[in-house]
Design a protein around this ligand. Sequence first.
Ligand SMILES: [Zn+2]
Length: 259
Amino acid sequence: MVYAVLGVLGLIFGSFSNSVIYRLPRSLSFVRGKSKCPKCGTEIKWYDLVPIVSIVLLRFRCRQCRQRISLTYPVVELLSAVGWLLSYFILSDYGFTVWLYSIFLFQIFLIIAAIDFFNYVIPDSLIIILFAISAAFGILARLSHTAGPFGQLSLYSLLAAAVMAAPLLAAWLVTRGKGIGLGDVKLAAVAGFIFGVLGGLITLYLAFILGAVASIVLLIFRKANLKTRLPFGSFLGVAAIAYIFLGVVLRDFVSLFFR
Ligand SMILES: [Zn+2]
């Protein structure tokens, strides 16, 4: 029963994430305004907005213009449901606040990964939200003397942000913003702020590996050449999500050997 509720909540938040992913880079309000078909602009009826179900019933096409609807929408919804369930399995032992915070982090990093993938931009507003909520959580963790998997706010958090941002800032300066964007630098800084030096470096390393694998695959299938720009923020977002869920498991595993 719990799993069903969490799965449905995940789908609903996935649906909301979709509207943020679509509207934020286009400067459209995602609080007001009805959902429209991106192709023909027809307002989408409420019964066609049920996550997963509607799109399958419509066979991945708009009811009005019959043009294909991007697979991103159902994929983001499914990923959200999986994320909600995973965070429940892995992080609910650390208490309700930590669990809620992990879901927040997961959802924002998912939105950032998708927006950067489609638009090559990371909205500042999302970085600020990540930073503000994480600072609040870090202070709360400090006041309640709980360590949790994400740590407390300290000077160390700021140091970690600087350590994470430094290599990307160097890359940004060297490539003059062509390889790495300033948004990537800010995202790396906030990831360091959240995960600490070690967690941040693991995340960064994972992002580079993902980026390298993606480049090799694209080169092999000739979908890209050496000048193709890759959305580094997407790899960083995916790596951050992996670290949110696997970081704790990794730490538990390592601590088995160092008791
Ligand atoms: Zn349409």
